[in-house]
Design a protein around this ligand. Structure first.
Ligand code: NDP
Length: 576
């Protein structure tokens, strides 16, 4: 509930509301940002008075509250009568009061005021609408103003600080990083070369080309770079919402244009047009699969070197906690800059969901069309798996802003691990099942396909619901759809969900994801290699859950321990 804090000695000449500041934002226990309308030294004095007053009033800034001086209250001429239910706290109707708002809650009340305006005529409905609209606009501009002030203050404070050294390493430290960096590209070649039209066996060594240069050619490289450039252009199209990211350690929030679904649809249409006009894309991509893959791998290395050099020039506040050990190999692998950008173009956000994920779907479409060209029909198992994977990618892009609360964006720096994963590993290994099904149609009965489809749908529902719950909760803990969900407070001001799916296990989203991974491989029958994805994915998610748990333990301390006691299962309820 809003709490009133009376401002003493409300002489108009000294009145902080009127003369000096229009808005105060408490950003931490010790910091209070103020917006000034007069000279800063005077406001500094007023700010000190405000701090003392707040302390006496028992305002706890760490509880996620902000103090707003209501301009209507401080300017009686504009607002002569007090708000309903409140008496003027000062003679002459002046109300130099500070109002304590709880994030989101009051705003929602104001925004929903439209429903309670009683209007006897159409004209007054219109007037009420205009008043309501103006309220919303002024709320929005106040929000923008606050964000700008937070960002500017944060920038100034953080520029000079040196980046703290990374003491704890992950993935086996520098040796592990070197091993992973060298072995993952080899695994990609091994798996893909082991699964060809002639045979698909993990036990027989695949025929490696005697001359490795055969895996590289200029045409494939141009195709890959053309694809990257096309996606970059689509990412710049001013369509789609601009969304604020999660607060960085400085309190600043970055802006992201979320037009991923538009890019996805535009890419599919562009591919369709090429096919319609007989551009030999299907033939070319199918024939040059390994060579395009080589370009993606090489580009991941080049991009990671660029990122490794670039991070040296940025302020400490823009760096991830990892990636500053001083060991070049490890730092190159893990990445140090949290959100590397060229102008407003965010490289990590772009790579996470665009060229790789959409590229994966286009590769799948190539395999389906190749099957159609070869056989004159769409093989059911292949078509079903491609439909599942298209749904997965389409979902990720439709809910693109949900990525802003994931570990990749909020915690990990952008280095080889993510660049390689996004651009090479995901598109060229995740299409393994469709590539296998193109060459080996298992001719499954309809009920087997229906059972597999059910598994995928069930997995998708868990995955989507869990990710949406967490994302909505992080964006607005007072979101009406989450009203019934229990959560526990943490010392950082954020809360942890313990209700709904997040009360069944600590990573319900991983559980749904794993169920889908299995559904994509089951149509491949008993051949082992296509099960590489669910097996690898299970290992990745088990390790990822532990990494995230360790980070949350650091962030939330005893609250995290309490959460773990309340929710003992990690990924699979009653099993793990
Ligand atoms: P999460 O989406 O679970 O994000 C982890 C963060 O969520 C934590 O750091 C914490 O951040 C917050 N959080 C954790 N528990 C709670 C809780 N109880 N209540 C509120 N917030 C909580 O993990 P990922 O980023 O790893 O995964 C995102 C999605 O991507 C998943 O669906 C996963 O399956 C999928 N994924 C897919 C991959 C693929 O290759 N296909 C690879 C990796 C992931 P904070 O508290 O700071 O907000």
């Amino acid at each position: 509930m809003p709490k009133r804090v009376d401002w003493p000695n409300a002489d108009p000449a000294n009145d902080v509301n009127h003369q000096c500041c229009s808005l105060f934002i408490i950003t931490s226990d010790t910091t209070c940002v103020l917006l000034t309308t007069q000279q800063p030294p005077r406001c500094q004095h007023q700010l000190e008075r405000l701090s003392r007053l707040l302390q006496r009033a028992g305002v706890n800034p760490a509880a996620g509250a902000e103090v707003v001086v209501d301009p209507q209250e401080s300017h009686p001429a504009q607002h002569p009568s007090p708000p309903p239910g409140q008496s003027p706290s000062h003679p002459q109707g002046r109300s130099p009061s500070l109002r304590l708002e709880h994030h989101g809650h009051e705003k929602e009340q104001l925004l929903s005021k439209k429903e309670i305006v009683v209007t006897p005529t159409r004209q007054s409905t219109r007037i009420a609408d205009i008043v309501d609209h103006e309220k919303k606009v002024s709320l929005r501009s106040a929000e923008q103003l606050k964000t700008e002030v937070r960002n500017n203050m944060a920038d100034r404070k953080e520029k000079a600080k040196p980046a703290p050294k990374t003491r704890e390493t992950e993935f086996g430290g520098p040796v592990g990083a070197l091993f992973i960096t060298l072995s993952l590209p080899l695994v990609m070649y091994y798996i893909n070369l082991a699964c060809t039209k002639a045979k698909c066996s993990i036990l027989e060594l695949p025929k490696m080309p005697k001359n490795p240069w055969i895996l590289f050619d200029m045409e494939a490289t141009l195709l890959f770079f053309g694809w990257l450039a096309f996606q970059a252009v689509l990412a710049l199209v001013p369509i789609g919402r601009v969304v604020d990211g999660q607060p960085l350690q400085s309190g600043k929030r970055l802006k992201y244009r979320c037009n991923g679904f538009f890019a996805f649809v535009a890419s599919v249409i562009a591919f369709g047009i090429c096919v319609y006009f007989n551009v030999p894309l299907v033939k070319m991509v199918h024939a040059k699969f390994y060579r395009i893959m080589t370009s993606a791998i090489l580009f991941s290395f080049i991009l990671s070197i660029f990122l490794y050099i670039k991070e040296r020039a940025v302020a400490a506040s823009q760096l991830a906690p990892g990636g500053n050990t001083g060991n070049a190999l490890y730092d190159f692998f893990i990445g140090h800059e949290l959100n590397p950008r060229i102008g407003s173009f965010d490289l990590k956000f772009f790579c996470e969901l665009r060229p790789g994920l959409i590229g994966w779907v286009i590769l799948n479409f190539v395999f389906v069309l190749k099957a159609y060209q070869d056989t004159g029909a769409f093989p059911p198992a292949l078509t079903l798996v491609v439909a599942f994977q298209t749904l997965y990618v389409g979902d990720a892009l439709w809910f693109e802003d949900a990525i802003l609360t994931t570990m990749d964006i909020i915690h990990d720096g952008f280095g080889f691990m993510l660049a390689f994963g996004d651009l090479a590993w995901v598109p060229f290994l995740y299409c393994l099942q469709p590539r296998f099904l193109l060459d080996n149609d298992p001719k499954l009965a309809w009920y087997s396909l229906a059972g597999i489809a059910l598994l995928n749908v069930f997995g998708y529902m868990i995955f989507r619901r869990a990710n949406s719950q967490k994302n909505d909760f992080r964006k607005n803990p007072f979101h009406p759809s989450l009203a019934d969900l229990e959560s526990i407070p943490t010392s950082s001001g954020k809360r942890l969900l313990v209700g709904g799916l997040w009360g069944m296990c600590r990573k319900p989203n991983y559980l749904g994801d794993l169920m889908m991974a299995l559904a994509w491989s089951l149509p491949c029958g008993l051949t082992l290699i296509p099960y590489f994805y669910p097996v690898y994915f299970a290992v990745l998610l088990v390790h990822r859950e532990r990494r995230d748990g360790a980070q949350c333990q650091k962030k939330y301390g005893s609250s995290w321990n309490r959460y773990c006691e309340r929710v003992p299962y990690r990924i699979i309820p009653y099993v793990y």
